[in-house]
Design a protein around this ligand. Structure first.
Ligand code: ADP
Ligand code: ZN
Length: 742
């Protein structure tokens, strides 16, 4: 950008300089601004600049090509506008700026769109007003100790002061109880600045004695952390092998070295148990970062990360864009997890970008999984990543015995989904006063509602998708766009009354069946419809651990890292569910998910068992699960992908053309196909209507580009896609390394 040429006075030539400023907006690149005479600026400074009639905050970006133009370059254009002010705050580090540029170049998103993720809480750039927090009074009066009051006092004993809302939540009571305790002088209200010191995790607290295998793995990771070795290491081991315990040693090493640590976790449901565990090891919880953290708290976390008070952050994928000043270690736990791929806005994979961030920062990256992705396995094979194995469950607990139920032989009753062998296993487990988990990755009551008179299926008016019945909520819902409607009594097509029937099971329907089969059992659902906050998740985990629940029924939310000692049976209601559809990773994903679900069984001394209900007992996924033959299964998968030049052996990009007008969308998609470069190493497939041919009222067409690994796919895409100028209503979205093919 910028305006070359033009004249100016000698006076200006001597005093004015220009700099490039990147704004957190989806613009093509940084804009040039003039620096007023006595404003010292260097790249990374946050500055306030005019843009149109507005004022915006941006970041002084680096010269275009080092050496050819720099911040002292003479301004020769009077049309350039002045920087208004430099914010009195931190600088964005060099490595963060290079990270923003890197993510932008790789994902083909505008640099300003990436910068926006790195400035997600703009108000965090200035300090906020102090807030009121509560701590225990030094000399409390005598008071009537109710259960709730006792919990509040326990919550504050040797723990940090907190605001009324946080404290009420943490001690499971209401704000009124907190205020009441303050009124009678048991608690003391104090003002706390935004930037008050935070409790620091202590790396030297006593820790469990590691087994030999664990100690070897830990020593390797500790050495890499101490040396600031920008390496990537896969920490591979079955669930319960102690992977967390091992990477905690690397966390401790980074803390000892005075560095910051980022632990990426896949989903909010995991964090409750994780935070407790971290606190048990390091004396205080890490800082949390995900969309459920209230904005005011995220603002404080952002500031604490920027000035180094926050030493460890446990967060979802967006925490990669936090302003760490001195990051010494990145851990990506459950590295194979799909939620690391961001599909909206800037499309990126947090695991892959974590590797980039680590490299730019000279920080080691640890990828953790019991079922590593083929991407990571291939990087290990190619020698790009190291690997460490933890072969056995800690304490020798056996892995659960996995077997299949052949639904073709042992079929459930009509409109039922529990086969006789699974029913028997549930009954046995109940009789032994142990717990069971039923896994079905389908929310709601039934995935489809059909009219028995005319066969009409209830579909979303805005998407190519069936409406899912949610009986508890009494509504039909589209899981793609959120459209909801009441369930009609009469068929909207033929008008027949009372002929609409539910087809197929969701977890709600399964709960109904279990209630009929085992009326005395205490049954609970765990899905994103019933668990909408980390607190709710923590509560249900607590109830399972306290054995207040006999049978837990859940979607993939239950598959995540929970540790339930009394859970000895896992029933997978439909093991085939993920295998359908034209997704190149379907088998790999199904294996990972089912393996993870199976890992919930028999975590301690009681042996666990897993029953997989399937119509394809001989499918390689089932065979691998039964035999525990993960590596052979993955090797076979790798061979297939290699033969077809599919990822991770070839590169893939998806182009999604969408818009409200189908003919415009079709026109752009065809124009893209016509102008596609013809080359041996650059294959363009499509356009084809996407499986979700209509999404939120937008028609969609997909093209798929496949190249060899040596091709710079972004460069070729830029040269090609840039030549087609779509009308305003049509959006062309590029997804590098797509994981979703809908
Ligand atoms: P993973 O992360 O591989 O699933 P964890 O680190 O969660 O495994 O360990 C599983 C369980 O075993 C946890 O309860 C953990 O505290 C315990 N554990 C692991 N290693 C040890 C050890 N060396 N000493 C004591 N307990 C351990
Ligand atoms: Zn919809």
């Amino acid at each position: 950008m910028g305006f070359p040429g033009a004249s100016s006075t000698d006076q200006e030539k001597q005093s004015a300089r220009r700099v490039r400023v990147l704004l957190p907006l989806p613009l093509a690149g940084p804009y040039d601004y003039r620096v007023p005479p006595d404003l010292p600026l260097i790249p990374g400074d946050f500055v306030q600049v005019p843009l149109g009639k507005q004022t915006r905050v941006g970041v002084v970006w680096d010269p275009f090509e080092p050496g050819t133009e720099d911040s002292s370059a003479v301004v020769v254009d009077s049309r350039l506008r002045d920087i208004e002010a430099r914010l009195d705050t931190w600088r964005m580090t060099d490595s963060m700026r290079r990270f923003v540029d890197w993510v932008s170049a790789y994902s083909m998103a505008a640099p300003g769109a990436v910068l926006r993720m790195a400035m997600s809480i703009p108000e965090a750039l200035s300090p906020g007003r102090p807030r009121i927090v509560y701590r225990l009074a030094e000399n409390p009066p005598d008071y009537r100790a109710t259960a709730a009051r006792t919990r509040v006092v326990a919550e504050l004993t040797d723990r940090p002061a907190r605001g009324a809302t946080d404290l009420a939540r943490d001690s499971g009571t209401g704000v009124g109880v907190i205020r009441g305790l303050a009124d009678i002088g048991v608690l003391e209200a104090v003002e706390l600045s935004d930037d008050a010191p935070l409790p620091q995790p202590d790396p030297r607290l006593p820790r469990p004695k590691l087994s030999d295998d664990q100690a070897d793995a830990a020593a390797d990771l500790v050495a890499k952390t101490q040396n600031g070795d920008p390496s990537v290491t896969l920490l591979d081991g079955v669930t319960g092998a102690g992977k967390t315990e091992v990477y905690f040693e690397a966390v401790a090493a980074a803390l000892e070295a005075g560095k910051q640590v980022l632990v990426l976790l896949p989903e909010i449901a995991l964090t409750a148990q994780f935070l407790d565990r971290f606190e048990a090891r390091f004396g205080t919880a890490p800082q949390e970062w995900h969309s459920d953290v209230p904005r005011a708290r995220r603002r404080r976390v952002w500031r604490a990360v920027a000035d180094g008070r926050a030493r460890v952050v446990a967060g979802a994928r967006s925490s990669l864009f936090l302003p760490f000043q001195d990051l010494g270690l990145i851990v990506v736990d459950e590295e194979h997890d799909l939620s690391y791929k961001q599909e909206d806005g800037v499309v990126y994979h947090a695991r892959d970008m974590a590797v980039v961030r680590g490299r730019l920062q000279n920080a080691p990256v640890i990828l953790v999984s019991a079922t590593p992705s083929l991407e990571t396995t291939a990087n290990v094979e190619a020698g790009r990543y190291d690997t460490l194995h933890l072969p056995a469950r800690h304490g020798g607990a056996d892995l659960p015995a996995i077997s299949v139920v052949d639904l073709r032989r042992d079929s459930p009753d009509r409109n039922c989904w529990i086969s006789p062998p699974l029913k028997q296993a549930l009954a046995d487990t109940l009789a032994q006063e142990e717990q069971s988990l039923l896994f079905l990755n389908r929310r709601g009551y039934a995935p489809l509602t059909v009219c028995r008179a005319c066969g009409h299926r209830l579909e979303c008016p805005q998407c190519t998708a069936w409406l899912v019945e949610h009986r508890f909520a009494g509504r039909l819902a589209c899981h793609h766009c959120g459209y909801t409607a009441p369930k009609p009594d009469a068929c909207p097509e033929c008008g027949a009354e009372d002929r609409m029937v539910a087809c197929g099971p969701g977890v709600e329907r399964l709960a109904e069946e279990i209630d009929t089969l085992f009326p005395k059992a205490r049954v609970e659902l765990m899905t994103s419809d019933t668990i909408w906050s980390p607190t709710a998740a923590a509560e249900i985990v607590r109830r399972v651990q306290a054995h207040e629940i006999d049978i837990l029924i859940g979607t993939q939310l239950v598959a995540k890292g929970h540790h339930f000692p009394m859970l000895t049976l896992v029933g997978v209601v439909d093991a085939d569910l993920g295998l359908n559809g034209g997704d190149l990773r379907a088998a790999e994903r199904t294996y990972q998910l089912l393996h993870q679900v199976a890992g919930r069984a028999g975590r301690e001394d009681r042996p666990g068992r897993v029953l997989l209900q399937t119509h394809h007992p001989d499918h390689p996924v089932m065979a691998a699960l039964i035999e525990g033959a993960r590596d052979a299964f993955m090797a076979a998968e790798a061979e297939q992908r290699q033969a077809g030049n599919w990822p991770p052996f070839g590169r893939l990009a998806a182009i999604i053309v969408s818009g409200p007008d189908e003919s415009h969308v079709e026109g752009v998609a065809r124009a893209l196909a016509r102008s596609a470069p013809q080359a041996q190493d650059f294959k363009v497939l499509g356009p084809a209507p996407a499986p979700l041919a209509l999404l939120r009222g937008r028609h969609r067409r997909r093209l798929l580009v496949r190249t060899t690994r040596s091709v710079r796919i972004q460069d070729r895409l830029r040269a090609w896609v840039g030549t087609v100028k779509p009308p305003n209503s049509v959006r062309v979205q590029i997804d590098i390394d797509p994981y979703s093919f809908l």
